[in-house]
Design a protein around this ligand. Structure first.
Ligand code: ADP
Ligand code: MG
Length: 617
C-alpha cells in the first residue's frame, strides 16, 4: 500500500476556506484601508476619517457618516458573499459602487479583531439603538446595543494575529503607511466631494476638505503651485467622457505614480490609460519621464468589466480602442492650451541646452542663485561648474597627461581646493581637442588613440562614487542657493523625506520643513547637473515611495538613483571646460570604465586599430 503526504480528499471546513480567501483579499495592511474607505464611500459618506494608532496592523479605525447598517444588516455584512450592492450577475454591469464581492468584511474579520459600531440613517431618530458587533479570528463574539449617530465605525485590531506567516512577510510599518497615504490620496482624488481625513494618532494628521472643484483637491494632494499650473482636460463624448487635469510638460515625473486614472469613480491601474496619456503628449516629454494626470473617465458601466482582479484594481474595457483614443485626444487637446509658447524643439531638450559660445542665447539657468548662471558662458573662466568647484582660469598651469596618457590617477573622489584633479581641469587655448558628438558623446585624443565617452554614463559613475563616499562619511561639498528653493511635496513624499533626511544631508542637501507639505532647500550637492527646480529631489523620493522597505538598507540604491538623476543628460551641449572637467573627474573614480548600472562609460580605440582598419599595417 502506498501512502502520500497529501492524504485523502476532504472538504475544507468553512473556517479554513475563509482564511484562505481572506489571504487573497487582505494580503497586506493597506488592503484593509482600501476596503474600509471604499465601503464608507459606497455608503454615501460625506466625511470619512481614517485613524491609525501605532501601525496599520495594530489599530486601524475608519469612521464614516454614511447610511449605516441595521442590526440585522451588520450581522450579514461580516458573512462571506454578503453584499447589498449586487443581486444578479447582470448587476455587475450596472455597477455604481466600489465594492460588490461581499468579501471584505468577512476577510478582515477572519484575520483580526474586528469591531463594527453602526446606526442606520433611517433609524437615526433616536428610537432605535445603534449596534456593536465584535468578531475575532472569524468568530462572532458578540452583538450588542450601543449608541452612535448615523454612520459606521469599524475598528481593526491586531491584523494577521492568527496568520503568523503573513506577518513575517509584511513590509516595514512606515513603508506600509506611505502606501496607505498614497492610496487615500487617490481615493481623495476620485471623490473630491467627500471630506477625507487621515489621522496618525499622536503624530500627524491631514485633511482633504470637501470641494466641488477637482483642481482644489489636486492642490491638496500635490500642492497648490503644482495644481495651478496643470491644464484642464475636457474631452470625449457620449460613450467616454474624459475630464480632469494633466501636468504641463515640465511637470513630468520619474514614475507613473502621478497618473491617477479614475473610471466611474474607481481609481484603477491601467497600462492602457497610462499609454494613452503619454501618447497625448507627443514628443513633449522624453521617453523616460511620465506626465502628471488626474483623469476621471465616465464610461457606461456596461462597457467596463471591474471583476477581473480580486482587489478590483484593474478593469477591462469592452471597447479598448475607443477609450484609448478618447484619452489620447483629450490629453492632446488640453496641451493645445500651451500652443502659443510651444517651442519648435521638444521642451525637454531646450531646457538645459547650452551651445558653447552662445551663452547669451541659451535658455536661462533655472537655478535662482546666479552662480550657476555662469555655466552658460564657458569663456568667462572661473565660473561655477556643475561638476563641483570652480574651473580655474585658463592662465593657470595646465596638466593634461592624466587624460591624454589614459592613466587613471589615484586622487580623492571628492574634489577639494587643493585637489590635483582641479589643476588638470584647465584648457590651454590651443588644446585639448575635445569634441562633442550629438550632445551625447565626447571624443578626446589620448596618447595612443582616441576615447569616446558617454557623457551621462561618465557623470553617473562620478556622482555614484562621490555619493557612496559621502554616505559613508566624506563631507559633501555643496552650493548654497541665494534664495532657498521652495518645494511642494505629497504627504507620502514628506513622510519619506523625514526618513531619508539624514542620508540626504550626507549627500549635501540642506533641507528644512516649511509649513505643511512644503520644504525649503537651502543647498544642494555642488556636482549635480540636473537639479531642474527640485525635480531631482522629487525623483529620488518618488523612487522610494514605492520601495516600502527600510531606507537604511538601500544606501547603495540611493547613491545609484542620485547619480542617475543628478547626472548631466544626454542632449546637453557641453563647453570644452565642462568636457575636460568631466573626463578628469571620471578618471579620478575608482572604476572609470563602467557606470553603476554596468554599462560602459567609455570606448577606446587605438591608433593601431585604426591603422589596421585602414590597411596601414
Ligand atoms: P461589498 O463592499 O463588496 O459589498 P463588504 O464585505 O465590503 O462587501 O461589505 C459588505 C456589506 O456591508 C456591504 O455590501 C454593505 O452593505 C455593508 N457595509 C460595509 N461597510 C459599510 C459602511 N461603512 N457603511 C454602511 N454599510 C456598510
Ligand atoms: Mg466593500
Amino acid at each position: 500500500m502506498s501512502t502520500t503526504s497529501a492524504g485523502r480528499i476532504q472538504r475544507l471546513s468553512p473556517r479554513v476556506v475563509g482564511k484562505i480567501a481572506a489571504g487573497e483579499m487582505i494580503d497586506r495592511p493597506v488592503a484593509v484601508v482600501k476596503e474600509l474607505v471604499e465601503n464608507a464611500l459606497d455608503a454615501g459618506a460625506t466625511r470619512v476619517t481614517v485613524q491609525v494608532e501605532g501601525s496599520l496592523d495594530r489599530l486601524l479605525t475608519v469612521i464614516d457618516d454614511g447610511v449605516g447598517m441595521t442590526s440585522d444588516e451588520v450581522r450579514l455584512a461580516v458573512e462571506r458573499h454578503a453584499t447589498s450592492k449586487i443581486r444578479e450577475v447582470e448587476d455587475l454591469f450596472r455597477l455604481h459602487t466600489l465594492g460588490f464581492r461581499g468579501e471584505a468584511l468577512a476577510a478582515i474579520g477572519a484575520v483580526s479583531a474586528l469591531t463594527i459600531t453602526t446606526l442606520a440613517r433611517d433609524d437615526a431618530d433616536g428610537t432605535v439603538p445603534a449596534t456593536q458587533l465584535e468578531m475575532v479570528g472569524g468568530e462572532l463574539l458578540e452583538v450588542r446595543e450601543t449608541s452612535r449617530t448615523a454612520g459606521t465605525t469599524i475598528e481593526v485590531r491586531d491584523l494577521f494575529f492568527n496568520v503568523p506567516v503573513r506577518r513575517k512577510f509584511l513590509k516595514t510599518e512606515r513603508g506600509e503607511l506611505r502606501v496607505a497615504m498614497r492610496l487615500i490620496s487617490h481615493l481623495a482624488l476620485s471623490h473630491p466631494g467627500v471630506r477625507i481625513a487621515f489621522d496618525r494618532v499622536g503624530t500627524s494628521s491631514m485633511v482633504y476638505e470637501a470641494t466641488d472643484d477637482l483642481r482644489s483637491r489636486v492642490g491638496d494632494v500635490y500642492g497648490r503651485d503644482t495644481a495651478r499650473r496643470m491644464l484642464d482636460v475636457d474631452g470625449g463624448r457620449d460613450l467616454v467622457r474624459v475630464e480632469g487635469l494633466v501636468g504641463a510638460p515640465d511637470q513630468s515625473r520619474a514614475t507613473r505614480d502621478f497618473q491617477v486614472t479614475i473610471v466611474n469613480g474607481r481609481p484603477v491601474v491601467s497600462p492602457l490609460l497610462n499609454h494613452a496619456i503619454k501618447l497625448g503628449y507627443g514628443d513633449l516629454i522624453p521617453p523616460d519621464r511620465h506626465p502628471m494626470a488626474v483623469l476621471h473617465l465616465t464610461v457606461d458601466p456596461g462597457e467596463v468589466d471591474v471583476n477581473v482582479h480580486p482587489t478590483k484594481r484593474e478593469v477591462k474595457f469592452a471597447k479598448e480602442g475607443l477609450v484609448f483614443d478618447a484619452v489620447r485626444r483629450a490629453v492632446a487637446g488640453a496641451l493645445t492650451a500651451l500652443a502659443p509658447t510651444r517651442p519648435a524643439e521638444p521642451t525637454w531638450t531646450s531646457d538645459r541646452v547650452r551651445e558653447p559660445g552662445t551663452g547669451a542665447d541659451a535658455a536661462p539657468s533655472d537655478a535662482p542663485d546666479g552662480t550657476r548662471e555662469g555655466d552658460d558662458s564657458p569663456e568667462s573662466g572661473g565660473q561655477q561648474l556643475w561638476l563641483g568647484g570652480t574651473v580655474p582660469r585658463a592662465d593657470r598651469p595646465p596638466s593634461t597627461e592624466a587624460v591624454l596618457g589614459f592613466q587613471a590617477p589615484t586622487v580623492p573622489v571628492r574634489p577639494t581646493d587643493d585637489d590635483p584633479m582641479r589643476a588638470r581641469s584647465v584648457a590651454r587655448p590651443d588644446e585639448p581637442k575635445f569634441w562633442q558628438l550629438h550632445k551625447r558623446y565626447i571624443f578626446a585624443q589620448t596618447g595612443s588613440g582616441v576615447i569616446v565617452i558617454d557623457q551621462h554614463a561618465a557623470h553617473e559613475r562620478i556622482l555614484y562614487e562621490r555619493a557612496m563616499a559621502r554616505l559613508e562619511g566624506t563631507p559633501p561639498t555643496t552650493q548654497q542657493f541665494l534664495i532657498p528653493e521652495q518645494l511642494e511635496l505629497t504627504s507620502s513624499e514628506e513622510e519619506l523625506l523625514e526618513e531619508l533626511a539624514p542620508e540626504l544631508r550626507k549627500l549635501g542637501f540642506e533641507i528644512e520643513s516649511f509649513g505643511p507639505r512644503t520644504i525649503l532647500v537651502r543647498a544642494i550637492p555642488d556636482d549635480i547637473h540636473a537639479w531642474d527646480k527640485g525635480q531631482l529631489l522629487r525623483d529620488l523620493l518618488d523612487e522610494y515611495v514605492h520601495a516600502g522597505r527600510s531606507v537604511r538598507a538601500v544606501r547603495e540604491r540611493l547613491a545609484r538613483a542620485f547619480a542617475c538623476r543628478g547626472a548631466v543628460k544626454s542632449g546637453t551641449a557641453l563647453a570644452p571646460e565642462e568636457m575636460r572637467a568631466l573626463i578628469d573627474a571620471l578618471f579620478a573614480t575608482e572604476t572609470p570604465h563602467g557606470d553603476p548600472h554596468g554599462r560602459a562609460t567609455l570606448i577606446q580605440m587605438s591608433l593601431d586599430e585604426l591603422d589596421r582598419r585602414f590597411g596601414r599595417s
